[in-house]
Ligand binder design. Structure first.
Ligand SMILES: Cc1cn([C@H]2C[C@H](O)[C@@H](COP(=O)(O)OP(=O)(O)OP(=O)(O)O)O2)c(=O)[nH]c1=O
Length: 192
């Protein structure tokens, strides 16, 4: 059995690409973290917390693999999560437009029966086009940025804002399917 500890519809779709049967249980883990930590450590720690919280809150889960994941956008030293208001979304997009940034996504897998744990992350470079204030305002007005790290969705209308990427596309959307497949392999789960 596989349990995805996530409320993200994107991650559900991404795990679905592997044609494995799984259940979704949203995680309510505390995501407060020291922002000065390296971004790879942040997404790995938060991925772990999400998976552990679901396992801890559901004592009936005695076997199977619990998967947690977390995504942040990093611009120079600045870490951008999900915007808390349309104004913050506009500010994030103003900062990101016209240049490159990194998207980090972590994945944690916990084996409920054995207690075995694994965690890893990937980094993708995203180059955003130059955007006018009017373009940014129109995009924020669609509502799409509000539940997305860095205030854009590359898989949606946000695709029009991106010039190109270097690295794994799915890592930008929320979880590297390729990395996940390798990690599940370490837990004895073969992809059909
Ligand atoms: C950069 C980017 C992020 N995102 C999304 C992926 C994540 O859902 C979200 C980052 O927030 P997260 O805190 O990583 O995840 P979440 O709160 O949506 O879901 P959960 O913690 O329950 O697993 O941003 C996109 O959908 N497209 C993008 O291009």
């Amino acid at each position: 059995m596989i349990i995805l500890a996530s409320s993200s519809p994107r991650r559900k779709e991404l795990l679905g690409l592997l044609s494995l049967s799984f259940e979704v249980i949203p995680s309510h883990a505390d995501e407060t973290i020291e922002e000065s930590l390296p971004p790879g450590e942040i997404v790995e720690e938060l991925s772990f917390r999400k998976a552990r919280e679901v396992l801890g809150a559901h004592p009936k889960i005695t076997e199977g693999i619990v998967i947690g994941s977390d995504t942040i956008v990093v611009l120079n030293e600045r870490k951008l999560g999900k915007p808390s208001s349309p104004e913050e979304a506009e500010q994030m997009l103003h900062a990101l437009q016209g240049g490159p940034h990194y998207v980090y996504s972590g994945i944690a897998c916990l084996d409920a029966a054995s207690g075995k744990e694994a965690v890893s992350h990937k980094r993708t470079r995203v180059y955003m086009k130059e955007l006018s204030a009017a373009q940014i305002r129109r995009y924020v007005a669609t509502g799409e940025p509000m539940d997305k790290a860095g205030a854009y969705a590359i898989q949606g209308r946000g695709a029009a804002l991106v010039d190109r990427i270097e690295g794994d596309y799915f890592n930008v959307v929320g979880m590297s399917v390729s990395l996940l497949a390798d990690m599940l392999g370490e837990f004895g789960i073969e992809i059909p």
